[in-house]
Ligand binder design. Sequence first.
Ligand code: SME
Length: 150
Amino acid sequence: MTEALHNQTLEILRDNQKPAEARLQGVCDLLQSEIPHYDWVGFYFRNGQKPELKLGPYAGDPTDHTIIPFGKGICGQVALSNSNFVVPDVSAQDNYIACSIHVKAEIVVPIFVRGENIGQIDIDSHTPDPFGPEDEKFLESICAEVARIL
Ligand code: SME
């Protein structure tokens, strides 16, 4: 993760000329195209008052999993745990929702608005065990900025 890419991401998010949805789409497109081990990049948000997540903007192959109940899969677990979830090998997870047979690893980082977990960024990778502390730091910074525009 370069400083330049981090800055470019923040610039997209701070572009007041565009609606939030378009800015989030821009972030997904940028990260998916620029970071080799980010094969699918998307946002899930709490679906109103329901205990489920709804797919927001994403870049990568379309997924059938547009609604994920809290507790289900990696995403649904993060909705309840309020913690980052780094999965080096998805085949070792019992509570996992497969989106594509190519996915080997996943990272999910929650988004907090006024202390409340309102959604998350989800990255799938076709590379085994590609995510390190620098990914967590980078994505936490992005999520903090996303929280400011929601
Ligand atoms: N694998 C996720 C489902 C979402 S897709 O990766 C896009 C999960 O287990 O929650």
